[in-house]
Design a protein around this ligand. Structure first.
Ligand code: ATR
Length: 281
């Protein structure tokens, strides 16, 4: 096919604010890597105008877009079709314009989490033992879905606000067992995975306060915080010999199926891309 016959594909990320998003960097890298004709742009859209902006996508010839703060939950009530995974996570991070101009919402965060965990620690086996998940916000919902779908038998969920953890356990079923926030240290007994989904440990925030003594040395410690790349939790885990998985992986891997839905190929994460994104943080 000549260059002119190849369609120009448009995608972007809608958010408010949106300037901080690393998605344009990631997708533009892949567009260039595959030599595609296309662009991925930041779309600054306020919450009150989300519906108009989404309905404009097919009109403007967009293949779709990512959604970020504050649009991920509101989009559920606007889009024409919602994939089961987005329904379960309770949020949409990817919109795909269908051939008939209707809008499909999906969520690639659970895929992004499990892929990044498996890439960082290929020896981790889901059904080898319980996982401990700290936090019960939006990111936690995606991580819980990912771990349940991977076959983790028991998930011990600890959150500062116990009511939010209990509501998630109610929704997700018996695999998810809640423990009080004060029990997070003891909850690590026999666990094969610890995941921090809280914002603790992020630059400018307090470190996550947790004693790792009870955690088996073989357990993988994973953080979804990616600034800094090596959070105090990951540094402490590494110092005692636990395998770790960094948060940057989830950010990169969630972008892959979205790119595939709009542009075709399912891209890999090259070290070049990893360094480019890391340098931008
Ligand atoms: P996200 O979408 O990134 O998950 P969120 O929905 O705001 O963001 O969730 C933030 C998570 O970090 C919550 O689990 C929150 O605990 P609460 O539900 O009790 O608010 C947790 N978190 C934030 N600051 C915390 C702190 N100082 N101590 C313990 N947990 C904290």
């Amino acid at each position: 096919m000549s260059d002119h016959a190849q369609p120009f594909v448009l995608a972007g990320v809608m958010g408010w604010p949106v300037a901080h998003s690393r998605s344009p960097l990631i997708h533009s890298h892949w567009i260039a890597q595959y030599g595609l004709r296309g662009a991925y742009v930041p779309l600054a859209v306020q919450a009150t105008q989300l519906e108009q902006a989404l309905r404009a996508l097919p009109v403007l010839g967009f293949a779709g877009c990512n959604l970020t703060i504050p649009h991920k939950v509101q989009a559920l009530s606007i889009l024409d079709h919602i994939d089961p995974i987005a329904q379960r996570i309770g949020a949409v991070n990817t919109v795909v314009v269908q051939a008939d101009g209707s809008l499909r919402g999906t969520n690639t965060d659970a895929f992004g989490y499990i892929e990044s965990l498996r890439e960082a620690q290929p020896h981790w086996v889901a059904d080898q033992g319980p996982a401990v998940v700290l936090g019960a916000g939006g990111a936690s919902r995606a991580v819980l879905c990912a771990l349940m779908d991977a076959g983790v038998p028991i998930i011990r969920l600890c959150n500062r606000d116990a009511g939010k953890a209990q509501a998630l356990a109610q929704e997700f079923g018996a695999v998810v067992q809640t423990l009080p926030w004060s029990e997070r240290h003891a909850a690590l007994q026999g666990a094969q995975l610890l995941v921090n989904t809280t914002s603790l440990g992020m630059d400018g925030q307090d470190a996550l306060d947790i004693r790792l003594d009870a955690l088996p040395a073989s357990a993988v410690v994973s953080d979804i915080v990616y600034v800094p790349r090596l959070t105090p939790l990951l540094a402490a885990a590494q110092a005692r010999g636990n395998p770790i998985a960094e948060g940057l992986g989830m950010l990169l891997h969630q972008a892959r199926p979205a790119f595939a839905a709009w542009f075709g190929p399912l891209p890999a994460i090259s070290t070049n891309l990893l360094h480019t994104v890391h340098a931008s943080l």
